[in-house]
Design a protein around this ligand. Structure first.
Ligand code: CTP
Length: 406
């Protein structure tokens, strides 16, 4: 997905070993559809050459406020006026200290100071040694920069170039990219707590076998990401899938339907929205054996007795919180045919205000989907699109219904 198409990003590099990651970041921004203008401090050019950054951004790099390529000789004004965002990655301790004081003795700091503060967000990806990061001066500078309107991204944790281990590494390029994409999404669910279930469940037969289904979890993960981008605090309760956790989302891994219910139940008490996308097994084996079931050579077949799993969504939808309107419940229906009819009936049966229908066999494991939204007013189709695109549309639809009900 070209999440940054039509966006012009000024990528600033201040001096630090994390400059090597800025090359990958630049490439990721371009791949996501952005046009990228690189501006480097003199110190940054000690770590990575402007030639590399020019080749990756396909634009010549600016390093000096005295650069006479601009006809008005005001690179700091022109560059900052064109930008949809200025992203400084890496932002060194020294550069942040400089910004804090409004100093402007090189092009990068001059451009940050000269940016139209209400229109052009300044996003900083700090990178430094752990002692420098923890130093009260850096922490003080960072709080003040936030108060002055800058967006300061998290730092990573782990091994550092200096050989020490701790907080202060620059985030990885794909993490910075995800944060930047999220930055541009409208904050429709700001302050809301959203609980999502995703993936299949796995019901044990014996210690080595089980029953599961073809749900990939992709739609639920896309919804969790879209809700997080929209400003919500998101918890994702997920059956056995190996998808990466979306940035900023809290993940709880479970295996069986009973475990999923045990995880969901307390979390639903403190959520504003519950979105059940998980393909929960309808039945589980009544008495899974502790030991592997062996063939005894006689050709006798094992006999499995089943019992019904609890309906997690219907249970939450019947809770006091949901019935009072404090918790908005959204169900999913994976059908193979007659989508409108089955999904409408399922909405009634589950007792939820909004039910989202999709054709299961057509979507399991795919990156695309099409959705049919059913609520008390009727149905609305969200046509075929990438799952993340649909997830953002669904989040907008949910936010709209939340604001209508208040
Ligand atoms: N669901 C749930 N717990 C279950 C079964 C389903 O929370 N034990 C939720 C799913 O996450 C989904 C919705 O209920 O949001 C619909 O699930 P689905 O399996 O399609 O519906 P069923 O009620 O099982 O009906 P059927 O299998 O007959 O289509």
């Amino acid at each position: 997905m070209n999440d940054l198409s039509n966006k012009h990003i000024v990528l600033g590099l201040s001096g630090g070993i994390a400059c090597y990651k800025a090359a990958e970041l630049c490439r990721a921004l371009v791949k996501a559809g952005a046009s990228v203008q690189v501006v480097m401090s003199e110190a940054a050019t000690q770590f990575i050459t402007p030639v590399t950054m020019q080749a990756l951004s396909n634009r010549s790099v600016f390093t000096s406020q005295w650069d006479d390529r601009e006809s008005n000789n005001m690179a700091h004004i022109n560059l900052s006026r064109e930008a949809d965002a200025i992203l400084v990655a890496p932002a060194s301790a020294d550069f942040m200290a400089k910004l804090l004081h409004g100093r402007a003795d090189d092009l990068l700091s001059l451009m940050c100071l000269a940016r139209p503060i209400a229109q052009v967000p300044l996003i900083l990806a700090p990178a430094m040694n752990r002692e420098m990061w923890q130093h009260p001066a850096t922490q003080r500078n960072m709080s003040q920069l936030k108060a002055d309107g800058a967006f300061v991204l998290d730092v990573g944790q782990g091994e550092q170039a200096c050989g020490e281990t701790g907080d202060g590494r620059m985030l990885e390029p794909e993490e910075i990219l995800a944060d930047l994409i999220a930055h541009f999404q409208p904050k429709r669910l700001a302050g809301k707590r959203v609980l999502v279930t995703a993936g299949p469940t796995f019901e044990m037969i014996d210690p080595v076998r089980g029953i599961t289904n073809l749900s990939s979890g992709k739609m639920g993960f896309a919804i969790a990401r879209a809700a997080q981008e929209a400003g919500a605090q998101v918890t994702l309760v997920v059956g056995p899938v190996s998808l990466p956790t979306p940035r900023g989302v809290q993940r709880v891994d479970v295996k069986t339907a009973l475990q999923m219910q045990a995880a969901v139940s307390p979390l639903s008490d403190s959520s504003d929205v519950f979105i059940a996308t998980a393909a929960v097994a309808d039945w589980r084996v009544e008495s899974p054996t502790d030991q592997k079931i062996k063939k005894d050579g006689s050709g006798a077949l094992p006999v499995l007795a089943f019992t019904e799993n609890p309906d997690i969504l219907a249970g939450v939808a019947q809770s006091k919180r949901a019935r009072s309107g404090a918790l908005y419940c959204v169900g999913f229906a994976a059908e193979s045919h007659d989508l409108l009819e089955h999904a409408t009936a399922k909405r009634q049966r589950k007792g939820v205000p909004l039910l989202v229908g999709n054709i299961g066999p057509a979507t399991f494991g795919q990156d695309d989907n099409a959705l049919l939204l059913i609520d008390e007013n009727g149905s609305k189709a969200l046509p075929h699109a990438h799952k993340l695109d649909l997830a953002r549309q669904l989040v907008a639809e949910i936010a709209q219904r939340l604001s209508n009900s208040h």
